[in-house]
Design a protein around this ligand. Structure first.
Ligand SMILES: Cc1cc2nc3c(=O)[nH]c(=O)nc-3n(C[C@H](O)[C@H](O)[C@H](O)COP(=O)(O)OP(=O)(O)OC[C@H]3O[C@@H](n4cnc5c(N)ncnc54)[C@H](O)[C@@H]3O)c2cc1C
Length: 334
């Protein structure tokens, strides 16, 4: 276990926000995690810091889960069971499986972050979510102070949400994720990906070609966090009742997509229609190519980021009566 006092986290969060943890501990096994949680049950858990808004001060203990390992078992001719440590990098898992000819995760290529955080917000992109591929999630339960395996049904996966994020927040620390994949058809229904595949001349694309298309679209639309601080989409796409969708359509030209009995609309469209695309306020701005993304133009604090986010939320609500929810997690105090 590696413990550091007054640890600087500025390079440990993709927004590049200045932040210091009172104590930072890296654990590389379930035993180390249990031992540290017994002393500090309410410790803050941090992965790769690509979906957090960190304030200047993170009091108490911050634990980074560095449990590694990828175990692949063949189930039948095409399906595989994969047990992955929470400390593995998500994108490296995707690359490693595709390299072994195992399909299923290609649409989730290039998503930054750790495997442990992936079920936390049920990561998703370009027509595919992690949830349906998860068989179970192994955790340390901070209430019982014991290890448990939650079957997928208990993970309550929803759009960018799960039991870990909003069901029982802070109760579970994810140690391993068990995924079943390999037997899905390629998913190319998302318009940007379909267009990119056509440009690449792929009529019957294979998973590697889908991954390539996803990577090209992402590189074009999203700022690289190594160069420009950001956390990807800052807002979730709102899910509306059909009645609210009809009301919205009276005020804004916008498409709706059926999802889980509701109508999903593009938060980017609402933000753009409200005139925020490319808007800059000191050290924070709305990315000019994708208005869902807020960026740190240099030296921004969590207060700056959240201030701009609140202005956008208020304005979109005032104009269209739609409440935007934030996607990243706010941690610490100013
Ligand atoms: C450029 C860019 C593009 C992105 N694109 C997408 C996208 O397409 N789709 C998408 O879904 N997300 C996207 N994201 C968001 C982010 O990459 C994912 O949410 C990712 O899963 C976060 O992983 P992390 O390790 O960085 O988590 P962190 O940011 O470190 O943590 C996020 C939350 O998860 C909790 N957490 C982390 N690890 C654990 C654990 N082991 N156990 C319990 N809780 C834990 C933390 O406490 C925190 O609340 C993007 C981010 C960026 C910067």
């Amino acid at each position: 276990m590696r413990r550091v006092s007054n640890a600087c986290l500025t390079r440990a969060n993709s927004f590049g926000l200045e932040s210091t943890a009172e104590e930072l501990l890296e654990v590389s096994s379930v035993e180390e995690l249990l031992e540290s949680l017994e002393h500090s049950p309410s410790a803050t858990i941090l992965g790769e810091g690509s979906n957090v808004v960190l304030h200047r001060h993170l009091p108490g203990l911050v634990i980074r889960v560095r449990i590694r390992g990828i175990l692949v078992k063949r189930v039948d001719e095409s399906a595989y069971r994969i047990r992955v440590g929470a400390g593995e990098r998500w994108n490296e898992l995707v690359r490693s499986l595709l390299g072994r000819g195992i399909r299923g995760l290609e649409n989730l290529s290039l998503i930054p972050g750790s495997v442990g955080a992936a079920p936390y917000q049920n990561i998703g992109a370009y027509g595919r979510e992690l949830g349906p591929m998860v068989e179970s999630v192994e955790v340390v339960d901070r209430v019982e102070m014991t290890t448990r395996t939650l079957p997928a049904a208990e993970c309550e996966f929803r759009y960018r949400d799960s039991v870990f994020k909003s069901g029982s927040p802070k109760r579970y620390v994810i140690t391993y994720v068990n995924i079943r994949t390999g037997d899905q058809a390629v998913e190319t229904g998302y318009p940007d990906i379909d267009t990119e595949l056509r440009k690449l001349g792929c009529d019957r694309p294979n998973p590697i070609q889908v991954a390539r298309a996803v990577i090209r679209v992402r590189r074009r639309k999203l700022p690289d966090p190594r160069l420009i601080g950001n956390v990807g989409s800052f807002f979730k796409n709102p899910l509306l009742s059909s009645k609210d969708f009809e009301l919205l359509r009276g005020k804004c030209e916008i498409q709706g997509f059926e999802e889980r009995g509701l109508v999903k609309v593009s938060a980017a469209r609402l933000i753009e229609a409200s005139g925020w695309k490319g808007f800059r306020d000191g050290a924070v701005a709305v990315w000019h190519r994708q208005p869902l993304v807020l960026i740190n133009t240099g030296g921004a604090t969590a207060t700056n980021v959240l201030g701009l986010a609140d202005r956008i939320v208020d304005d979109v609500h005032r104009r269209y009566g739609v409440a935007l929810d934030r996607e990243p997690i706010e941690i610490g105090r100013p």
